[in-house]
Design a protein around this ligand. Structure first.
Ligand code: ADP
Ligand code: MG
Length: 340
């Protein structure tokens, strides 16, 4: 795409709504590198997430929704570290150069970028219809986000201590249910507003950037939930060398999820479904009320679901009894039907 490539960048990506100026970026799109100027005393927080057609989104997905989601799932990693977004870069492998598609895709990106004062500062573009091979590859989108956090205050996975409360923001399982509706047409009799709220949870996860920043200095460990609580909480436990006891009746479930899904299946979606992009964090008991106040002030729902315990196991409890749950989050290299 020799000459078109630069035309596409100029027309679709290097636009003021998307590649706007901010003080922390001294040079943006157009040179070999962008130049960033983080605030004095801050560490740079960098994370990358790739979205592949057919793996992370459906082939007929609306491009505006896809643009929003592509940036939101990346910002979620900054939120999980308590970092403030600075800017992002974007690499795309495109099966074609459909101008209408690109216009809607970049409008979705720009909406989220503008809301978070996080401009596009560079990237790369290739055609996935390769001249050297017979078949075209899928649409592939790769974002790298850059954020900043005052040195030493980033929320890591490794700080959970025995006795800490385990909390999650928002509700769990909605995005996984939304994907079931989009992909399989599940629960056809569910009222339209509830269907739409579940689908929206998949398309545009709530941004928890402000919540993550509010947890600095309070949460002992944090991460964002992308693969499902059952597997993601395990990462905090492993990094911190602790165990946990989670009360499954305390899991925050939305009205829409409860209306759509039978109780037993709700647990599978809330714990193993993935795509929630909520924060899971631990906090020492003496800081819990301040955390609740700060998140309430942001309008962010927060819910204590359990406690950090000695040992290394993750236990699920209901009404004073341990449950034997066989759950696993999403894992790209695990094949259907294989045992753990
Ligand atoms: P180089 O060949 O030097 O790596 P490119 O020719 O790929 O650079 O890109 C030229 C400029 O356009 C660079 O500043 C690059 O960051 C930017 N750019 C390329 N693709 C994109 C994109 N998809 N979105 C935003 N900027 C891009
Ligand atoms: Mg170059």
């Amino acid at each position: 795409m020799a000459s078109d490539e630069f035309d596409i960048i100029r027309r679709h990506f290097n636009r003021p709504e998307l590649a706007f100026a901010v003080p922390s970026v001294s040079l943006a799109i157009g040179d070999d590198c962008a130049l960033l100027q983080p605030s004095p005393g801050c560490e740079l927080a960098v994370s990358m997430d790739m979205l592949v057609e057919g793996v992370h989104f459906l082939p007929d997905c609306d491009p505006f929704q896809l643009g929003q989601r592509t940036l939101l799932v990346n910002l979620s990693d900054l939120a999980a570290m308590g970092a403030r977004p600075l800017c992002f870069t974007l690499a795309l492998s495109l099966p074609g150069s459909d101008a209408a598609w690109l216009t809607r895709f970049t409008a979705g990106l720009a909406r989220v970028a503008g809301e978070h004062h996080c401009p596009l500062v560079g990237g790369d573009l290739t055609a996935s219809a390769p001249p050297l091979a017979g078949r075209s590859g899928p649409l592939c989108l790769c974002v790298q986000v850059h954020g900043e956090v005052p040195a030493g205050t980033a929320l890591r996975r490794s700080g959970a201590r025995v006795g800490d409360a385990i909390c999650v923001t928002g509700t769990l399982g909605d995005a996984a249910a939304g994907l079931r509706i989009l992909r399989d047409g599940a629960w056809p009799t569910l009222p339209t507003p509830l269907r739409e709220s579940l689908q929206q949870a998949f398309h545009a996860p709530q941004s928890r950037v402000a919540a993550g920043m509010a947890l600095r200095g309070l949460a002992s460990a944090a991460m964002d939930l992308s693969d499902g609580l059952a597997s993601d909480l395990g990462h905090i436990l492993q990094a911190s060398g602790v165990g946990a006891r989670v009360d499954v009746d305390a899991l925050p479930l939305s009205e829409a999820l409860c209306a759509a899904v039978a109780p037993q299946e709700r647990l599978a979606l809330a714990l193993g479904g993935g795509d929630d992009y909520e924060l899971c964090f631990t906090v020492a008991p003496q800081h819990l009320s301040v955390v609740q106040e700060r998140l309430a002030a942001l309008g962010t729902r927060v819910c204590q679901i359990g406690q950090i315990t000695p040992g290394s196991t993750l236990q699920w409890w209901r009404e004073g009894r341990e449950l034997a749950l066989k759950l696993r989050g999403y894992n790209h290299f695990h094949r259907e039907g294989e045992s753990a």
